[in-house]
Design a protein around this ligand. Structure first.
Ligand SMILES: Nc1nc2c(c(=O)[nH]1)N[C@H]1C(S)=C(S)[C@@H](COP(=O)(O)O)O[C@H]1N2
Ligand SMILES: [Mo]
Length: 349
């Protein structure tokens, strides 16, 4: 009799049996609104939860993890073996790109946390990467139905080039404690600077390949259609949802609140992107005119605080928005994209 989550034979090479799923259907919990993102580091219990297929309940004693494909030496690890390796702690924005069925709708599901785990690039160096390897496929223990389609395992991929930018982790800790079940216990991939969907929870296998993974969540969903202009410039028609585009959230003032005429108040929030944000501009007239905000430096892959003192000078409704840009000049669009600017209205009286 094979315990669930264990391989069918003692060599560790047999077919994997899925652990019990509880629940065995998608989970979406969004706990904090923009005005509640007050802490620089988000508490684990306040983190949003996104599981497309359900939550596998993994017995850590039975769990093994393996790396195969285009590596010189394939290997598997127990949880104790992984935890015995040096632990790296990385602060990073954790940001869900929104529903793959509505890729252009902003959702502002974001947090900033500290992941602890094993440096994947160092581990792969030890195993030896085959020069033909270009993509890293990562498998979660969850499987089931999504959007009337079925998949055996939650499978994602990313370009191996991403490893060179550093800090891709096999994470076993979230804010200093073991990963909670909903967040991927016992081990998840964490790809700082990439949208949350790439950080595969309940990880059981990494596979190195010369081409992209042909899966529900790799080539069917999570690919953005590029516009005419990009295609005219010779870019491929689709771009995988990997690196985070410039993004910002206004935390204060809260949407719908009243502010006093003539009283200086601080407008502040968080900004981030894969390459880090160079400038944030704030508008108090619905995006007609912008003023550059003060912006803190990035810590690791974390979000950056921006702020601006505003002295409201006109009574009535004021439309606030923020616009983050990278050094390259790439900025948040006004609408029509997942990273469209965050607008909110306050009443000056
Ligand atoms: N195995 C697995 N990993 C997954 C998912 C999933 O459904 N299954 N969802 C992804 C998505 S869409 C997001 S946004 C993040 C959410 O991570 P969290 O629930 O820990 O906040 O996990 C990603 N990793
Ligand atoms: Mo997501």
């Amino acid at each position: 009799m094979v315990a669930r989550g264990e391989r069918e034979n003692a060599t560790g090479q047999g077919r994997l049996v899925r652990p019990p799923m509880d629940p065995a259907h998608g989970v979406r919990k969004f706990k904090l609104s923009p005005h509640e993102l007050v802490d620089a580091v988000t508490a684990a219990e306040d983190l949003f939860v996104l599981a497309h297929l359900g939550v596998p309940r993994v017995n850590p004693v039975c769990w093994t993890f393996s790396i195969d494909g285009l590596v010189e030496r394939e290997r598997s690890f127990t949880l104790d073996e992984l935890k015995a390796r040096p632990k790296k702690v990385v602060e990073a924005v954790h940001h869900c790109c929104g529903s793959p069925l509505e890729p252009n709708v902003p959702t502002r599901r974001a947090a900033n946390v500290r992941w602890g785990g094993v440096d994947l690039a160092a581990l792969l160096d030890e195993l030896g990467i085959d020069p033909n390897a270009r993509f890293l496929w990562s498998y979660g223990l969850d499987g089931g139905e999504f959007a009337d389609k079925s998949c055996e395992w939650f499978l994602k991929d990313l370009p191996l080039e991403r490893l060179a930018a550093g800090d891709v982790l096999l994470a076993h800790e979230l804010n200093g404690v073991p990963l909670p079940a909903e967040h991927g216990f016992p081990v998840r991939l964490v790809v700082p600077g990439y949208y949350g969907t790439n950080s595969v929870k309940w990880l059981w296998k990494l596979h190195l390949a010369s081409h992209r993974a042909d899966g529900l969540f790799t080539t069917e969903f999570y690919n953005d259609e590029l516009g005419e202009e990009d295609r005219a410039a010779g870019l491929p028609a689709q771009r995988p949802v990997w690196a985070i585009a410039p993004e910002s959230i206004i935390v204060s003032p809260q949407s719908g609140t009243a502010v006093a005429l003539g009283q200086p108040i601080e407008i502040h929030g968080w900004a981030w992107s894969f390459r880090s944000v160079a400038t944030v501009e704030i508008s108090v007239d619905g995006g007609e005119s912008f003023t550059r905000a003060t912006l803190e430096e990035r810590r690791g892959w974390g979000w950056q605080r921006f702020s601006l003192i505003w002295q409201p000078s006109v009574r009535g409704e004021a439309q606030l928005c923020a616009r983050a840009s990278e050094t390259s000049g790439t900025a948040q669009p006004r609408d029509g994209a997942r990273n469209a600017m965050h607008f909110l209205a306050v009443l000056v009286r």
